[in-house]
Ligand binder design. Structure first.
Ligand code: GAL
Length: 984
């Protein structure tokens, strides 16, 4: 048996150095007049279980591709998503023994082979380079039998000079890709491990006298309104920008009056760099950014990041993301008022940045670097960012990112990477970046001294901590010099509001802090998309899987599903909420004062691109509407405009104005009419009138084992309502406390004290019992007294249900709840649940909508009349959990048919509007489900009417709900009128 001598050099895939043979990094650009040939398509492929198990015969022209070893694969793509091996998910842990730079012998290795002809018009002369945009995690490359080199750095470009090796036809490109390499230690990002050639492979002609590289410096002098342009190019040439009359030599600087670029107004000028060998289109955005006087400024003004962290993800293709998907992401972001992206935690496909330039997003471009798994060892022992052997690789990662992306106006901050602790390797990266590109700021979060960062950056800090930092009252660092440095920095939440499952809660309060404290320049929600992968049940039902669904021995479950959009990019309620919370225009008002206040929260834009409209509704019925004339308002300022007169007459019901701001003309990312912001103003002259307690119409009567109240029949033993006016209830309203814990209720596995759901379960809130203390008539009222509590505790809730008949087929229920005993936890919910026949599948309601809302996720709920099916009320979180509540519901109807048709039941809240939920499975079934197919409709529509629920918070990674959103057990009374609806 061959064994490697003890002191033999490590194989290339275990070398901490970045590789051999590739060309220096240079700027990426989408087009030029130089020839290029896309090599993507169907390639030959063979998977081996180890790095060295297979021979390299496949590099030869006449290689024998044995059919049962070799198959076909799509490039770009990941083999584990194409039927070879399996994806695996871990958050922090390395899925292999930690012994850098060594990797396991079990090292899935994909041999890729592609035979191609040169396009007939491929130019003679010049050079040609073979470019890989992304290969995970290590590759060895051959062309026509000659080895070109090896590389690591998965999300970074690598080029090889291949000119002399090319043939007109029958070129054999062979690429061996190892899943694990020394580079894997630098790529411990929280995501699926997905090996493969997952970004484009291109052959690029490099004509003689074409620039080896170029660097566009396009600043904006806000004091003069001039753009300042200089393009450096290895090969001298000419730079033209016809629209600005610019024609200069490379290296020469010119100043001309120009419009600045910003994320709000992404003004790009079309130019060209012409050298004797190549003409390269330029897209120039003039802007100057950087930290000055403690604030990050663009074109002289501090800006507020309304950001999101974006991983590259598509459920079918993993991190192989096509341009249509990239564009769809940016359009969705822009439509939801997001103005910034952190490319967590690696440089994205380069075309994404072109789209950010064009559509307008501020970008924090982050190096492909994370060594989080070392945090488990004392003082991060062995951390590669503190290991000299890895410094060349770290520098290589910084360089490849900066050189590739330096010409994008959208990129305003370079980030050294994510969660690597501290180490001199990071300092080396920062120093190199500052030297090469002093025109941008540098970000790094995970070293509490911030010695290498231009930002004081935190993740998941509580509101309280953000406020403290906003007031400059944070705990000082011990070292006075480092303290002085940190104190001089603007503050960012590079991650906050963990969008896992239902939530995140508390967004509005964060936003208020950002608006209040100048030092707080906003944040980036974690994260954009749920990385759920499609799977099927045994009988073919599709659903999204997560960690543990692919045979992983070590995994982090559904922590990979924590995005603002579902895996299929449907916006989740969290995104709708975020849109409202960060809207750049805020609309408020006062009906008594007859004014609307409009605040311009943009950093640069006026309001001229928006058209304002108003509607007046009485109990959700439109009575009048019109356009609203709003004067120009500069950023940061407010204007008052008169509130339109409420329509005359005495239409019944609560009066509300809704004022909207919409795009006046088509934008590149949304059509005219797209709503940007809205506000509602309640008419104090026309308040809601809650149903009165009314005079009971009949007396309660005992008949055998039942009680009756008019057409209502109750079970005399349980006190539960069995039927009302011919409608049979599967379950009468009973007090209810439990909700299927959300990911935020479950808290953080690694942090004691955050797991509220565990405390709920310990107390037994999921197995509550109802003791019936009394059922009896009390005058015209049927009174049912219960005590509701789980086993083994003396804490309980006393509930008094008072039923009266208030009309034909109509009952009023008042519930009075008094807690007793020692309650040490907030309640999940407090309300009643009832079971109705499954046929009542259509819902209309008046209250908060159209989407779900909870006490601390309710900014986007607007009061109106809404309609949905019971199925449509459900939010399909990848891991099923509490969802779908509608807030502040004044009344709801459940019917057999859509519209105000068909028999059904109307529920009208008393003084206190209620939270309303209807679903086809019980809370217990929802709680037990791990994946969406585990939920199957039964014969019951379960309806919840809650006086309140506990807030949502963001404790799956971060703080729980703010204290004001805790549902602390306390005496409460609420009421509801139930009325049976006949055929209309
Ligand atoms: C952060 C990390 C992210 C992600 C997030 C939790 O600590 O930077 O990559 O893991 O937590 O989802």
């Amino acid at each position: 048996m061959d064994t490697r001598p003890k002191d033999a050099p490590l194989p290339y895939y275990e070398q901490p150095s970045p590789g051999t043979g590739s060309l220096p990094a240079r700027a990426w650009y989408a087009t030029s007049d130089a020839a290029r040939h896309d090599l993507g398509g169907t390639w030959d492929f063979r998977l081996s279980p180890t790095a060295e198990g297979a021979d390299t015969g496949f590099i030869a022209d006449d290689a024998d591709l044995t059919p049962n070893e070799w198959t076909r694969i799509t490039v770009p793509g990941h083999w584990v998503l194409q039927g070879h091996g399996a994806p695996a998910y871990t958050n922090v842990s390395y899925p292999f023994p930690v012994d850098p730079p060594r990797v396991p012998t079990e090292n899935p290795t994909g041999d890729h082979r592609h035979v191609f002809d040169l396009p007939a018009d491929w130019p003679a002369g010049g050079e040609s380079v073979l470019r890989f945009e992304g290969v995970e995690s290590c590759a060895r490359v051959w062309l026509n039998g000659t080895e070109l080199g090896t590389f690591q750095g998965s999300r970074l470009p690598h080029e090889f000079a291949v000119g002399p090796l090319l043939r007109p036809t029958g070129n054999v490109l062979a690429v061996r890709v190892h899943q694990w390499s020394a580079g894997s230690y630098l790529e411990d990002q929280d995501m699926w491990w997905l090996p493969g050639i997952f970004r484009d492979v291109t052959l690029l002609h490099r004509p003689e006298h074409s620039p080896a590289d170029f660097f566009t410096h396009a600043g904006y002098d806000h004091t003069t309104g001039e753009g300042v342009l200089r393009v450096e190019s290895g090969t001298p040439g000419t730079v033209t920008v016809p629209e600005l009359g610019i024609e200069i030599a490379t290296g020469e600087e010119v100043r001309v009056p120009a419009e600045p670029w910003s994320a709000e107004h992404p003004r790009l000028y079309t130019g060209e760099l012409a050298t004797p060998g190549e003409r390269i289109p330029l897209r120039i955005g003039f802007r100057t950014v950087g930290v000055r006087d403690g604030l990050f400024r663009a074109n002289g003004k501090p800006i507020l990041f309304r950001g999101v962290n974006r991983h590259e993800f598509h459920p079918d293709t993993g991190r192989a993301v096509d341009e249509a998907t990239m564009r769809a992401d940016i359009e969705l972001m822009k439509r939801h008022n997001i103005n910034a992206v952190r490319t967590s935690h690696y440089p994205p496909h380069p075309a994404f940045l072109d789209l950010c330039d064009e559509l307008g997003l501020w970008v924090i471009d982050e190096a492909d670097l994370e060594t989080h798994g070392f945090c488990y060892f004392p003082d991060w022992r062995g951390n590669p960012v503190a290991d000299d052997r890895f410094v060349p690789a770290l520098l290589d990662r910084a360089q490849r990112m900066v050189e590739r992306d330096k010409n994008h106006p959208s990129v305003v901050i370079w980030s050294l990477g994510n969660e690597c602790g501290a180490g001199h390797g990071l300092g080396a990266m920062a120093a190199w970046i500052r030297e090469r590109d002093p025109s941008r700021a540098v970000h790094y979060e995970n070293d509490p001294t911030y010695r290498d960062s231009d930002f004081y950056s935190r993740m998941y800090a509580s509101h309280e901590e953000v406020e403290r930092i906003g007031r400059r009252a944070e705990e000082p660092l011990e070292d006075p010099e480092l303290e002085a440095h940190r104190a001089s920095l603007p503050f960012l939440l590079c991650e906050y509001a963990h969008a896992m499952g239902n939530g995140p809660g508390g967004l509005s309060e964060y936003q208020r802090l950002f608006e209040t404290y100048e030092r707080c320049q906003g944040g980036f929600v974690w994260e954009w998309i749920d990385h759920g992968l499609p799977v099927q049940t045994a009988d073919g039902e599709p659903y999204f899987g997560y960690g543990g669904d692919f045979g992983e021995e070590l995994h982090d479950g559904n922590f990979v599903c924590d995005g603002l959009v579902f895996p299929d990019r449907t916006p989740s309620p969290g995104l709708i909420e975020y849109k409202k919370v960060i809207e750049p225009v805020t609309i408020s008002g006062d009906s008594a004062e007859r004014t609307i206040t409009i605040r311009n929260g943009y950093d640069f834009l006026g309001l001229g691109h928006l058209s304002f409209g108003w509607r007046y509704e009485a109990e959700g019925v439109l009575l009048a509407s019109g356009e609203l004339a709003v004067p120009e308002v500069v950023p940061g300022a407010t204007a008052q405009v008169p509130l339109p007169e409420p329509p005359a007459g005495d239409a019944a019901g609560e009066g509300i104005w809704t004022v909207t701001a919409a795009l006046a003309a088509d934008a590149a990312w949304a059509p005219a009419g797209h709503e940007v912001a809205w506000g509602q103003i309640v008419d104090s002259a026309r308040p809601r009138v809650a149903p009165s307690a009314g005079a009971p119409t009949v007396a309660a009567r005992r008949e055998g084992t039942t009680w009756t109240l008019g057409s209502a029949v109750f079970d005399a033993a349980s006190g539960e309502l069995r039927s009302l006016g011919g409608l049979t209830l599967h379950r009468g309203p009973v007090l209810d406390l439990w909700r299927a814990p959300t990911d935020n209720d479950e808290g953080m596995a690694w942090e004691e004290g955050t797991r509220l759901a565990q405390r709920w379960r310990e107390l037994g809130l999921h197995r509550i019992r109802h003791r019936v203390d009394a059922v009896g008539a009390d005058g015209d009222t049927l009174t049912v007294r219960t005590r509701v509590a789980p086993a083994a505790t003396d804490a309980g809730l006393l509930a008094v249900h008072r039923w009266t008949a208030t009309g034909e087929g109509e009952l009023r229920l008042e519930v009075e709840v008094t807690p007793e005993g020692d309650w040490r936890v907030p309640l999940p919910r407090l309300g009643v649940r009832l079971g109705l026949p499954a046929g009542l599948g259509h819902v209309r309601w008046y209250g908060g909508g159209p989407g779900e809302a909870y006490p601390d996720t309710r900014a986007a709920a607007r009061t109106g009349r809404w309609e949905a099916t019971v199925d449509g009320l459900h939010t399909p979180y990848v891991r099923p959990q509490e969802n779908g509540a509608r807030i502040d519901v004044r009344w709801a109807e459940l019917r057999e048919r859509p519209g105000a048709q068909g028999p059904g039941l109307r529920l009208t809240a008393g003084e206190r509007p209620l939270m309303f939920t209807a679903r086809r499975w019980s809370t217990e079934e929802l709680d037990a489900a791990a994946h969406t197919p585990d939920l199957t409709p039964g014969d019951t529509v379960w309806v919840h009417l809650d006086a309140d629920q506990h807030g949502i918070g963001t404790q799956s990674c971060g703080p729980g709900p703010l204290p004001q959103y805790h549902l602390t057990p306390a005496p409460v009374t609420f009421s509801v009128v139930l009325r049976v609806l006949g055929e209309d």
